[in-house]
Design a protein around this ligand. Structure first.
Ligand SMILES: [Zn+2]
Ligand SMILES: [Zn+2]
Length: 244
């Protein structure tokens, strides 16, 4: 076996043989090209701040964001057969190689000019330590690393920690979720120069999916109280609201 074919064989172990959604042969991908083209993208025109499709109406989503949140962007709606397959492949099935093509799409999202000028770092929404150990990785951190590389800014995966496990949120109401994540995040005082890094910075929080926003809002509030000036959010998936 040559080195090249040995490497290919090794890589094969980390790639499914067929698309995780439709079972078509993918060559070297995790999701096939036709499936990527079927992602349910958030339609234009969109609210300049929260990124929600506006359809000419006043935005109702922005009111759920804390005042220090500048802008929010997401690639596509969830749940949906294709976008959920991508999220689940990354989060639950261990196909971590899908973080790169997901990050390609996240990194291409359009932002207001001030966000492009100011964004200093990406910060992944952390998992609680026990959850991270169970999974072996934090899917948001994999995405944030890749997005930071594409944007040419650092990924600060160490600046906040998640203090406790929050139960799976799927079956909770929005207000239960909000209580659930209240003060779940803490600045990681053990991280080198953490306060100096955060001070005055415009930070972009990264997560795989935005559902109610309660988790991102809680993480952003902790960063703001630690001295960050502005926080923006970016996610791959976004849950539809009742108005969508
Ligand atoms: Zn497919
Ligand atoms: Zn809005």
């Amino acid at each position: 076996m040559t080195v090249a074919s040995g490497t290919a064989a090794l890589l094969d172990l980390f790639l499914p043989r067929t698309c995780v959604h439709c079972d078509a042969p993918t060559g070297a991908g995790i999701l096939c090209a036709p499936c990527w083209s079927r992602l349910p993208l958030l339609a234009a025109p969109r609210c300049d701040r929260c990124g929600h499709p506006s359809r000419g109406r006043a935005c109702t989503y922005c009111s759920s964001l804390p005042p220090f949140v500048r802008a929010v962007r997401s690639v596509c709606w969830v749940p949906d057969p294709v976008s959920s397959a991508a999220v689940e492949a990354l989060k639950y099935d261990g196909w971590i190689g899908i973080a790169a093509p997901m990050a390609d799409r996240i990194a291409r999202l359009a932002w207001p000019a001030d966000v492009l000028d100011e964004r200093a770092a990406v910060v992944p929404v952390p998992l609680a330590a026990t959850r991270r150990r169970e999974r072996g990785y934090n899917q948001a951190e994999l995405l944030a690393n890749e997005v930071g590389l594409r944007w040419g800014i650092p990924c600060w995966a160490d600046v906040i920690t998640r203090e406790r496990n929050t139960p799976t949120q799927t079956r909770l109401t929005p207000s239960e979720r909000s209580t659930n994540v209240h003060r779940a995040f803490r600045v990681n005082e053990a991280a080198r120069g953490v306060r100096q890094r955060i001070a005055g910075a415009h930070i972009v929080l990264v997560d795989d999916v935005l559902t109610t926003g309660a988790t991102l809002n809680a993480a952003a509030t902790e960063l703001f109280h630690a001295g960050a000036r502005i926080i923006s959010y970016v996610t791959f998936g976004r849950a539809r609201t009742a108005a969508d």
